[in-house]
Design a protein around this ligand. Structure first.
Ligand code: SF4
Length: 272
């Protein structure tokens, strides 16, 4: 028997996927939803998840499993301070201070903090299972993020794409059903953020922004990397970048999305 499980990011698309699935809008109804907590989501995501867990319990007698393999921010700091042996694997941008050449560190955090904890939980919930259909909330307009699972016992499915449901359709669906619209889920410290998203964090989550700046300042000398590391893709200190973003805010505000985007893909498991 193939079980249907949702990898829940608690963002717009995966939440819409879960609710549509529980309403029976697809060919299967999910038996489980698993949220892997990196410990570094915006406060809005945690508040929404708390509400969502109560909502699905009340409406569908359904439980969302929350799992974690640690706090990515704390792990990053511990590694920098020499209190942790392995890197947290964030894809920092790097710049050679002499040549100015830029690059990016290979990302490992998605596997460690998002994918593996979900797989561990599936094994715990269904120890004898041979095949799992893992639904990912990737919308039709973001189909470039689709990726097959790298293990045989998990088959990824993308019901939003199969049904040509776009991000805006998810948002409209929440509104039509008078359900609060989730904020975008993603680690606060993720280097993939667009300028719009950095500005959103600065304006909406000042504590988180301040903590992120402190990490950004520490990673110039990142253990094992000869070049300077940065959180912003321009390879400039985040503190300086935000000043420039704020200076251009009036102009930028005319182009800002209500839901700021990530500038890069993340295997379809972060930010959905
Ligand atoms: S959101 Fe960014 S930092 Fe967090 S796990 Fe995904 S890639 Fe890594």
């Amino acid at each position: 028997m193939e079980h249907t499980i949702i990898s829940l990011g608690a963002g717009t698309q995966s939440t819409d996927l879960l609710l549509r699935g529980l309403r029976g809008e697809f060919d299967k109804v999910p038996s489980h939803a698993i949220f892997s907590d990196t410990g570094n989501e915006p406060k809005g995501v945690y508040n929404y998840l708390e509400w969502l867990m109560k909502y699905v319990d009340k409406e569908y007698n359904f439980t969302i499993d929350v799992v974690s393999s640690g706090n990515i921010f704390k792990d990053a700091m511990a590694y920098l301070h020499g209190d942790r042996k392995s890197s947290e694997g964030i894809p920092y941008y790097t710049k050679n201070p002499i040549t100015g050449k830029k690059a990016i560190i290979r990302r490992q955090c998605t596997g460690d903090y998002k994918i593996r904890p979900v797989r561990r939980q599936i094994r715990k919930l269904l120890p004898k299972v041979k095949k799992v259909s893992l639904w990912l909330g990737i919308s039709y307009d973001e189909m470039q993020r689709m990726k097959e699972a790298n293990v045989k016992w998990i088959k990824h499915r993308f019901p939003l794409i199969e049904n040509r449901i776009k991000r805006i359709d998810c948002i409209n669906n929440f509104k039509a059903k008078r359900i609060p619209v989730p904020v975008r889920s993603s680690c606060v410290i993720c280097p993939y953020h667009s300028d719009n998203y950095w500005l959103w964090i600065y304006e909406n989550e000042p504590d988180n922004f301040a903590a992120t700046v402190s990490l950004d300042e520490k990673i110039r000398c990142y253990p094992g990397i000869n070049n300077e590391c940065y959180l912003h893709r321009s390879c400039r200190p985040l503190k300086e970048v935000i000043v420039d973003i704020l200076k251009g805010k009036e102009l930028a505000s005319k182009q800002l999305n209500m839901f700021p985007e990530l500038i890069d893909e993340c295997s379809g498991v972060c930010g959905i």
